[in-house]
Design a binder for this molecule. Structure first.
Ligand code: URA
Length: 284
């Protein structure tokens, strides 16, 4: 192996180590000896050595939307070269991922956070909701979606005939961005590998992205959410649907009916019936 290649691989391994992904590499080495990695939904960028992760367009989006391809894409650290060339980490659990995350200082959000908001709900959930990032109440309590937008999300979940404990709720970033600003690229890049592992560990039947940030990150696109909201897409072999963020619904209650239609699609896939006519009506 020549020196530049060796250095490149060493850099990648150090990078993975810093992200808490060392088990990924060990696991993949074992898997690849006996069993080539399974094909996965989003295209693989083949080789590990390379100057930077190469952002690629999601095949899910290409397949699902006959719209012109987006021009640029989020260069997430969770990017294709690290994750998409391999299958899930065997035996990964939420507990292991939480331990790997530790008292995270990987991005600047740690300086202003109060509590890390890792995620909440069932590890066996069929349905995972992914939001953007913790707000004030979440930062205080260390739990996702517990403020005003969270109360609306809870109502939506209950209208679907579920309880919060039946689903899993998490965010693209685990620490509150100051003043509730949008998470920045470097913050998403540092945090998203943990979200990807969480989703892999849960292996839900359906992922619902709440708002553009989650959808754009998981689908690796910068397309406006309005281009694909309410459509079935695919993320690493799992059905994914993006809908409006509950905070948006607080500002635009008229959009609730659209979201309810989206959630009814999810219910149909999961075989769920609305809890009560009243609960469902409150979403319309
Ligand atoms: N908004 C989010 O995106 N996530 C939360 O946890 C709370 C509000």
């Amino acid at each position: 192996m020549n020196d530049p290649t060796r250095t490149n691989i060493e850099n990648w391994l150090t990078y993975a180590e810093e992200l808490g992904l060392a088990p990924f590499y060990r696991d993949r080495a074992i898997q690849e000896q006996s069993n080539p990695p399974a094909a996965i939904a989003i295209e693989a960028a083949a080789e590990i050595p390379g100057p930077m992760p190469k952002p690629k367009q999601s095949s899910a989006l290409i397949a699902a939307a006959p719209i012109k391809p987006a021009v640029t894409f989020f260069p997430t650290a969770a990017g294709p070269t690290l994750f998409e060339a391999a299958d899930r980490i065997q035996g990964d659990t939420l507990e292991i991922i939480r331990t790997d995350l530790g008292e995270c200082t990987r991005c600047k959000l740690h300086k202003t956070r109060n509590k890390i908001v890792f995620g909440d709900g069932s590890e066996k959930a069929d349905l995972v909701f992914v939001g953007e990032g913790p707000g004030h109440d979440e930062d205080i309590q260390g739990l996702p979606f517990v403020g005003r937008a969270g109360k609306l999300l809870t109502q939506m979940i209950e209208a679907m005939g579920l309880q919060r404990k039946d689903v899993y709720i998490c965010n693209v970033v685990k620490c509150r961005p100051p003043e509730n600003r949008m998470p920045e690229r470097d913050e998403i890049a540092a945090c998203s590998p943990f979200l990807i592992r969480q989703i892999d560990a849960i292996h839900p039947k359906v992922i619902v992205c709440l708002g553009a940030t989650a959808a754009q990150m998981l689908l690796n696109t910068n397309r406006s959410i309005s281009a694909f909201r309410g459509e079935w897409l695919e993320y690493r072999g799992t059905r994914l649907l993006a809908t409006y963020h509950p905070a948006y619904l607080l500002r635009n209650p008229a959009a609730k009916s659209e979201v309810w239609k989206d959630l009814q699609k999810v219910m149909s896939v999961l075989g769920l019936k609305p809890k009560s006519a009243g609960a469902a009506a409150s979403q319309r």
